[in-house]
Design a protein around this ligand. Structure first.
Ligand SMILES: [Zn+2]
Length: 414
């Protein structure tokens, strides 16, 4: 399906050297921040230099980099005009800004993850914050990934727990993807869905080794995260790996950026938000077809002007961008809405079968906690009010049909 070489090894630097030499790559940029330079970048740069490769380190300022315009420009200033493949030494943020800068300058990039914290390593999209709006901007996938297991096992525990949270998110993302295919004619690929679910389940089977940061657990964790990226690549969209739970997380992330607050790890937010979405799936599992019929009969088509007011309330300055994203849902006619409702009712057994694939909220909470994470948003520094808004309005972030959109139609979400 794809030829992208992925090496997961206790010491992955020799495999990186082999790759560079076998591809006749004699010069590289190596992007890191203070932290990732200390844990892996310096060792990799020294090994490259010792084997005759001209390596140009680009050290981004500080230990916590924000994926925004400023960082991209900082990186480009460091790189200069010379053409060199990039090596991204870091977790999600450094990988995303390197992905974008290498893409824009026509260079390949190689990923050296420093933490099993996120599934973005092998994706094509750069998750960047531009003018305060979190966006996934098309760039490219790395040409190879070298995951150094020693570094990954030594990663800070919250980052490991966050990566696990991003794998837990694959319960609701895969379910939402199936729901969209069932009710909205969304594009779908059963083989990719199965591949994503299998990688997720292999990781879940190693949960205690993940919680203890043991090599077997971390190997399965980084494998699931890399697989998620490869699934997105194979499908050509983020559907396999990020849906409602990610939109709740994106909403919160944009709010944190806008308010200049301390960031919360992506996977910590998506894992926590998975438990929220699972509550809606649980309600669907428990809902009889008669009750669905009653609820649908009482469900009016959302009024465009009222919807725009809701978006304005939750998104403020970003309202225009969100309205553009939501066109498919803002512009539907009564006939469109009736057709959707009829389909929900006709296909309710299939909807419930999809809902049955999502573990219960307590089961998901237990998974997160065993891996060292939490389902408690307060422990992540988030407040009751903003959490309620994220739960209710997060689905406006993207134009996909998800469990939260269906919950809206069923009157579970107002
Ligand atoms: Zn994610």
């Amino acid at each position: 399906m794809n030829e992208l070489p992925v090496v997961i090894a206790p010491d992955a630097v020799p495999a990186l050297l082999d790759y560079l030499h076998s591809h006749s790559i004699a010069r590289t940029n190596l992007v890191a921040d203070g932290n990732t330079w200390r844990v892996l970048g310096e060792r990799a740069a020294q090994a490259l230099a010792a084997s005759g490769i001209d390596v140009k380190p680009i050290l981004l300022a500080g230990d916590e980099v924000t994926p925004d315009e400023q960082t991209v420009v900082e990186l480009l200033l460091g790189a200069g005009r010379e053409q060199r493949p990039y090596i991204a030494v870091g977790s999600g943020t450094i990988t995303d800004v390197t992905r974008f800068a290498s893409y824009c300058t026509g260079n390949d990039f190689i990923s050296l993850p420093t933490a099993p914290s996120v599934d973005a390593y092998t994706s094509t999209g750069s998750s960047l914050v531009v003018r305060g709006l979190k966006q996934t901007i098309y760039a490219h996938a790395p040409v190879a990934v070298f995951a150094d297991l020693d570094t990954l096992c030594a990663a800070p525990r919250p980052m490991i727990a966050a990566g696990f949270g991003d794998v837990v998110a694959k319960y609701t993302s895969v379910a939402d993807w199936k729901l969209a295919a069932l009710l909205w004619d969304g594009p779908y690929d059963e083989a990719v869905a199965q591949r994503m679910a299998a990688a997720r389940d292999r990781c879940m089977a190693q949960i205690d080794a993940v919680g203890a940061a043991e090599a077997d657990g971390i190997r399965n964790l980084i494998d699931a995260l890399i697989e998620a990226g490869l699934c997105m690549l194979a499908f050509g969209g983020s559907q396999p790996a990020g849906q409602s739970e990610h939109y709740i997380s994106h909403y919160l992330e944009m709010k944190l950026v806008r308010e200049g607050r301390k960031p919360v790890l992506h996977g910590a937010k998506t894992g926590m938000a998975t438990v929220i979405v699972a509550r809606y799936y649980q309600q669907m599992r428990e809902m009889s077809r008669d009750e669905v019929a009653r609820r649908l009969a009482a469900s009016p088509r959302p009024d465009r002007a009222a919807e725009i007011e809701r978006i304005r309330f939750a998104y403020g300055d970003l309202t225009d961008a969100v309205i553009a994203e939501q066109a498919a849902f803002l512009d539907w006619s009564d006939a469109d809405y009736d057709r959707l409702k009829r389909r929900v009712l006709d296909r309710w057994p299939e909807v419930q079968a999809v809902a049955a694939e999502v573990p219960s909220p307590p089961a998901l909470t237990d998974l997160l906690e065993r891996a060292g994470g939490t389902a408690d948003y307060r422990a992540l520094g988030l407040g009751d009010e903003e959490m309620a808004v994220a739960e209710e309005y997060g689905h406006y972030v993207r134009n996909r049909f998800t469990a939260m959109k269906l919950s809206r139609v069923l009157g579970l979400l107002d």
